[in-house]
Ligand binder design. Structure first.
Ligand code: ZN
Length: 427
């Protein structure tokens, strides 16, 4: 794509149009209440939550994109100086119910799909709707460039559906009828899990005041509370969730912690008293449904008596990434997670450009213990990627790059992008 036209989850100067996939902090680095570089396109729910995240932000900059509709954005080519139109469609990314979307762009560059963070669960009705929306928008065309959420782009990552993982959370809570329950969550996301727990157990769930405000904005009015006396289940900020905190709480009341995450294992635990529930990677691969009781009965497997880590993930596991790549058949692809500590290039597993199908076929044929998988793991062991908890918070960068110098000149002629009047065009 030509430089300087669009920017996704990237907020530096030098673009004519800015797109936000969702409000998780690692996608808003550089955004602030004072940001004013031009119109910012996002989903309706994201726009609704904007004042919570950025109080004082000029809401007149926001441009809401409804799901499944093509919008046409006139921009100026930095190469020719003439007008060019980029069409964009927002599609539910199934990452969290709080407005996360992927963007399908169409223009002289062909089709470019930017997933943002996404979960592509085959069993989900919402995913099926997204699938139909995407295929309808592509209308038989292939994606030229795919920017994909590669957080778990490795065959080692296999975890159950969120529905299955949510049942595991219920099992853990039900097995501790006399305990207080502490669940670690982010400022956004995991709402479906909390609502599910509340419904199944017919209880309210405590959240901190700012989170309660977000829950109300999302339409959850009777489920959450800030009164600790009303419930034994509390959802707390992930940053405050620690072994020390849980242990301190146990001095007052019996308490267990639950950490829902696709990255539940901690490599190199300190000692037995400070380990997370950490099943061996192989057991996760072979059996998505972890046997919690078995692990509890055998502390040598790495179980911390007070903390359960449940593989509830808002990111796609490897097989789901594989399904998605197979669906959109990109000519080229790049991972959106890029950092020195955790970067897994999806092309490593899915091949490059037109060769990707062959690579994909090969990857399906890999079996545990195969020479190829062993050799890949060996490379991984030598630092191609590292599993670490901080990977979840590693910065994401779009690769929709551009030349700042050229764009500044264009922006003097036309500051920012507007949606064309006849924006609602299904074509
Ligand atoms: Zn996210």
């Amino acid at each position: 794509m030509e430089a300087g036209l669009i920017s996704v989850d990237r907020w530096a100067e030098g673009s004519q149009s800015y797109f936000l996939t969702h409000l998780h902090s690692d996608h808003t680095n550089g955004l602030s209440p004072k940001w004013s570089r031009g119109p910012l396109f996002c989903s309706r729910i994201t726009a609704k939550l904007f004042p919570c995240k950025f109080p004082g932000f000029s809401l007149s900059l926001l441009r809401v994109l409804e799901l499944g509709i093509w919008y046409h954005v006139p921009l100026v080519s930095s190469l020719t100086g003439s007008e060019t139109v980029v069409s964009v469609m927002a599609i539910d990314a199934q990452h969290c119910p709080a407005g996360a979307v992927m963007y399908l762009f169409r223009g002289a560059f062909g089709f470019m799909l930017y997933t943002g963070d996404f979960r592509w669960e085959a069993s989900s009705e919402k995913a099926e709707m997204g699938r139909k929306m995407l295929l309808s928008a592509l209308n038989g065309m292939k994606v030229d460039t795919l920017h994909i959420d590669n957080t778990y782009c490795n065959p080692s990552y296999s975890f159950p559906s969120r529905k299955g993982a949510a049942k595991q959370v219920i099992d853990v809570i039900a097995a501790h009828p006399e305990h207080d329950i502490i669940i670690g969550i982010d400022n956004l996301g995991k709402e479906d899990l909390l609502v599910y727990i509340a419904h199944v157990l017919n209880i309210k769930i405590w959240v901190w005041p700012e989170r309660l405000q977000i829950m109300h904005l999302l339409g959850f009015h009777d489920i959450f509370t800030t009164k600790t006396s009303l419930t034994r289940v509390r959802a707390v900020p992930r940053y405050s969730f620690s072994i020390e905190t849980i242990e301190d709480m146990n001095e007052m009341r019996p308490t267990i912690g639950i950490m829902p995450s696709g990255l539940p294992w901690v490599v190199g635990s300190v000692d037995r008293s400070t380990r997370f529930f950490s099943p061996p990677l192989n057991s996760v691969q072979k059996n998505c449904s972890w046997n919690i009781n078995e692990e509890r009965d055998n502390p040598s497997k790495g179980l911390h008596l007070l903390i359960y880590s449940i593989p509830y993930s808002d990111h796609s596991c490897f097989s789901e990434i594989q399904d998605f790549v197979n669906l959109v058949q990109p000519a080229n692809m790049r991972g959106i997670v890029s950092s020195t500590s955790c970067y897994i290039d999806p092309r490593y597993f899915f091949g490059r450009q037109s060769n990707y199908l062959n690579s994909l076929r090969e990857s399906f044929e890999w079996e545990e213990g195969s020479d190829r998988l062993k050799s890949i793991r060996k490379k991984l062991d030598y630092g191609r990627y590292k599993i670490a908890q901080k990977c979840e918070k590693s910065p994401r960068q779009t690769r929709v790059d551009f030349s700042c110098g050229r764009v500044r000149r264009v922006r003097r002629k036309k500051r920012g992008a507007k949606i064309l009047e006849d924006q609602r065009n299904d074509g």
